[in-house]
Design a protein around this ligand. Structure first.
Ligand SMILES: Nc1ncnc2c1ncn2[C@@H]1O[C@H](COP(=O)(O)OP(=O)(O)OP(=O)(O)O)[C@@H](O)[C@H]1O
Length: 231
């Protein structure tokens, strides 16, 4: 379970995140939406201890992420291409992660087999450096990497952005399959209301750093969000 308590992030006078309490139970598929600058990435960055909160804390399974290392073994994430090693090819990168996670070659192959359709013959076996991949293909490498090593919690920042329509559909299927087969807790931020409402059990709407709606009724989510974003 993930617990966010009295969390505040401030840059000079500007409060960009202000979340009193947010609890995300195990195996929930949690969607985070909000306009540009609402604070979605900031929340994910604090959850991953990439940015220090001005106040408050994030706990994963009872451990404060800024004070413990334990959560790192069970958490996978892809926020942006800075998380990749751009001087490696995708194969070299996956091999590096394989060693870090202590997986066998067969385990890695099994993992990559899940992504065969999603990769669309553009990623594995190519001698292209990550730095030379298209934005969509970078995202595919990052998502496959985030899901390696049997994580219990997976954070993906705008996973559908830059993916072609077929890849967006394949990614939705992949997430739904993983959800079905395991207890993974997904945290997904997205501007794509259709995708996020289709796969998430719950959607939180951020506005200027604050939670202004917490939706759990799947049948009403899309209409509520449409109404909000239409203004
Ligand atoms: N290092 C920083 N210094 C000052 N302000 C920052 C810094 N990092 C983020 N911010 C501000 O924090 C606010 C929230 O940004 P954040 O990137 O979390 O929003 P977001 O919801 O992810 O937006 P988007 O949908 O555009 O990706 C923005 O106003 C942004 O300018």
């Amino acid at each position: 379970m993930i617990k966010v308590t009295e969390l505040k992030k401030q840059y000079k006078e500007a409060v960009v995140l202000d979340v009193t309490l947010l609890e995300i139970p195990k195996s929930e598929c949690f969607g985070l939406v909000g306009n540009n600058g609402a604070g979605k990435t900031t929340l994910f960055r604090i959850m991953l201890d990439l940015v220090r909160a001005s106040n408050g804390r994030v706990e994963i399974d009872g451990k404060d992420v800024s004070k413990s290392e334990e959560w790192k073994r069970t958490t996978g994430a892809y926020l942006d291409e800075h998380m990749l090693l751009s001087y490696l090819t995708a194969d070299e990168y996956f091999q590096t992660l394989r060693k870090i996670y202590g997986l066998s070659e067969a385990d890695l192959q099994l993992h990559l087999d899940m992504f065969t359709e999603f990769f669309n013959d553009e990623i594995v076996g190519k001698k292209k450096y990550i730095r030379d991949l298209s934005k969509g293909n970078l995202k595919k490498v990052g998502i496959a990497a985030a899901l390696m090593g049997n994580p219990e919690v997976v954070l993906l920042d705008e996973p559908f952005e830059n993916l072609d329509p077929s890849s967006q559909i394949r990614l939705k299927k992949l997430i739904l399959q993983i959800k079905e087969a395991s207890q993974v807790t997904f945290l997904l931020s997205s501007h794509d209301l259709n995708h996020v409402t289709e796969i998430c059990d719950r959607i939180v709407l951020l506005e200027k750093g604050k939670i202004i709606n917490d939706m759990r009724d799947k049948s009403a989510m899309l209409a509520e969000l449409d109404a909000y974003f239409t203004g």
